[in-house]
Design a protein around this ligand. Structure first.
Ligand SMILES: N[C@@H](CCC(=O)N[C@@H](CS)C(=O)NCC(=O)O)C(=O)O
Length: 318
């Protein structure tokens, strides 16, 4: 992480913990929104992502769903965190070292974007990063806000009629997001990075109580909220799709895989039939990235399985 703009090499995935060993995630610091100028924003922003990362994948899916691919370029880092954090490298599907034509800055590491934006930055250099090429600064590094920037602020550029955060459903969407964030999206991390048995148990219970409720929810409804696709589906999907291939083993959330939940499996497959969900799911990046976390898997061995029925939806894109 960075401390007053200097890289401190002792990277540790356990971000912060409380006295009972519970994992605490850092909150994001660059949080601009676009108030005007959306029509001229084509090409202004660049999105830095890692396919391993569920938060970054939220933004990738929204970008494709809304038809913004032609307006916002992406830069994909290697899935394996280096000693200097996220890095551009050789992994298939990743981007080469990024030369920013504007300021001739060669970006090899994501932390360079942070110090370029704030010379004194202290914190972790996380993805996603929405980079403003006009002002050469990080515009926003909080995925939930980047989703809203794409959906609301950049509406004039959309090549789709979708509205991921419709007025009439906003309170329901907010409530759904809130329900699954702590117990599921971050719940799996709380289980994986718990440093006490009690903290792990608490997170484990949250994860599986939530999955049972969701299984019931999808016996009655096709989507997370209402009868249409919304940002809540994106937020649920990114964790569901990583569950059997990474969290079940590495994070020890192993009561049952998603495959053992028939309605959730159907839901997952329903979403994966859409290009935006399939194209932005890279199983090779997800496995290589999670299983490279030394604190959880010191030998670095990446499991070969599982072989899942929904892999067939990804074939066209890998
Ligand atoms: N609040 C951020 C969280 C992003 C985040 O935690 N990203 C992880 C990857 S999944 C990261 O970049 N971690 C690097 C680090 O912690 O040093 C968001 O949702 O955008």
């Amino acid at each position: 992480m960075l401390v007053k703009g200097q890289w401190h090499g002792k990277w540790h995935p356990v971000q912060q913990k409380d006295d009972a060993g519970r994992f605490i995630r850092q909150s994001s610091t660059f949080t601009q929104r676009l108030e005007q100028g959306a029509a001229e924003a084509s090409g202004r922003f660049q999105l830095y992502v890692a396919y391993i990362c569920p938060w970054a994948t939220r933004t990738l899916i929204a970008r494709t769903l809304l038809g913004l691919d032609a307006h916002i370029d992406i830069k994909v880092v290697d899935p394996v965190l280096s000693d200097f954090g996220w890095k551009f490298g050789q992994f298939p599907g990743g981007s080469a070292v990024d030369t920013m034509a504007e300021n001739t800055m060669a970006v090899e590491y994501i932390h360079q974007l942070y110090t370029q934006s704030d010379r004194e930055y202290t914190g972790r250099a996380t993805v996603p990063v929405l980079w403003d090429t006009e002002n050469n600064v990080i515009f926003n590094n909080e995925s939930s806000q980047i989703l809203r920037i794409f959906d609301e602020d950049l509406r004039p550029l959309h090549q789709s009629k979708l509205d991921l955060y419709p007025e009439a459903l906003r309170s329901e969407i907010d409530a759904f997001n809130e329900r699954i964030y702590h117990t599921f999206n971050n719940g799996v991390y709380r289980a994986g990075f718990a440093s006490s048995q009690a903290a792990y148990q608490e997170a484990f219970n949250d994860v599986f109580t939530t999955l049972e409720k969701l299984e019931h929810h999808f016996t009655e409804q096709p989507y997370a909220v209402g009868r249409q696709l919304t940002e809540s589906d994106i937020r649920l999907f990114v964790t569901l799709v990583r569950f059997d291939i990474a969290y079940y083993g590495l994070f020890k959330t192993n009561l049952k895989p998603i495959q053992a939940y028939p309605r959730l499996s159907e839901y997952l497959e329903r979403l994966l039939q859409m290009e935006a969900f399939a194209k932005n799911t890279r199983v090779d990046h997800i496995k290589a990235g999670y299983y490279s976390v030394k604190a959880l898997n010191p030998g670095g061995i990446v499991p070969v399985g599982p072989d899942l029925p929904w892999f067939r939806y990804l074939e066209a894109y890998q």
